[in-house]
Design a protein around this ligand. Structure first.
Ligand code: GUN
Length: 285
């Protein structure tokens, strides 16, 4: 293997240690930071993600409030809970774990969150602010990817970044963040013609499609940086990324692993947003 492995676990630990100091300083001023985490139903993957987020909160000293609601919860009930949390001053951040079940309109739920408490940066107001270059919060996964690149001294400015995937959670905001860092950005998706050729022109390739080992060596320029955001289960039940690590790591200059790459950085950025929300709501920004 020739590629350097970009270690998200290590960098996330550093980010969290810095946040812990900030949270302690806030507590000395009598200010507590709190994150409400809502999970509807019992999807096992969502449960794992929520548990990780709660552990991160505990590590930093952020109080987490979990709302585990039954799968039968109506949209109205969920909106009522969000309204209560919007008006609860001990809650600085509100996160609704996605995806939601089909009978609940995700857009309406996200729009109901007070934008000042939107730790995920999913609310249209926050997405709009990001779009015009004046973000209040940063979207967690895309910001985690950028921090991972920058901490490893990988230049973004002037580079051709290809983002594979166009979701509201990763692909679209990732493209905007890389553009804000002065990259030249191309977005590819399931209808893109000649996708391998476009990917092969990338200096930095970020893949977020949720298709196990979709990216093979013919998609990667030798020496490129490859960031794997996808997580799915392989035939053997093990977690795999969107990139075929064993082969692509032979030709890339730097690469992330699934797990221990982007995932921990996403959560560290969620913690960062929660602390920022706490400062914002206490007029300390
Ligand atoms: N589902 C998958 N990723 C995320 C995320 O970053 N935040 C939330 N709330 N749900 C998700």
């Amino acid at each position: 293997m020739s590629a350097k492995v970009l270690n998200g676990t290590e960098l996330a630990a550093k980010v969290k240690a810095e946040l812990k100091v900030k949270v302690e300083a806030l507590r000395e001023k009598g200010i507590n930071s709190g994150l409400a985490v809502i999970i509807v139903g019992d999807d096992p993957a969502s449960r794992v993600y929520v548990n990780h987020k709660k552990n991160d909160c505990a590590e930093i000293g952020i109080k987490s409030f979990e709302y585990a609601l039954p799968a039968s919860t109506s949209e109205e009930e969920l909106l009522e809970l969000i309204d209560t949390l919007n008006n609860d001053s001990s809650v600085n951040g509100i996160l609704v774990q996605l995806p939601l079940r089909k009978h609940i309109n995700e857009d309406r739920v996200i729009a109901a969150i007070n934008p000042e408490k939107d730790a995920d940066c999913f609310h249209p107001v926050n997405v709009g602010n990001l779009m015009i270059g004046k973000p209040q919060f940063l979207p967690c996964t895309p910001a985690g990817v950028v921090e991972l690149l920058e901490a490893n001294n990988i230049q973004i400015e002037g580079k051709h970044c290809v983002v594979v995937g166009r979701s509201n959670i990763v692909g679209k905001p990732q493209a905007i963040l890389l553009l804000a860092k002065n990259a030249t950005v191309t977005i590819c998706h399931s209808k893109t013609a000649n996708i391998a050729d476009i990917c092969r022109s990338a200096d930095i390739l970020v893949v977020a499609i949720g298709k196990a080992e979709f990216i093979k060596p013919e998609y990667v320029k030798p020496g490129a940086v490859v960031i794997d955001v996808g997580v799915s289960r392989g035939a053997d039940g093990k977690l795999v990324g969107d990139v075929q690590f064993s082969t692509v790591s032979e030709i890339a200059s730097a690469i992330t692993k699934v797990t221990g790459g982007v995932g921990p950085m996403t959560r560290a950025m969620l913690m960062k947003n929660t602390v920022k929300a706490t400062l914002l709501q206490n007029n300390l920004l």
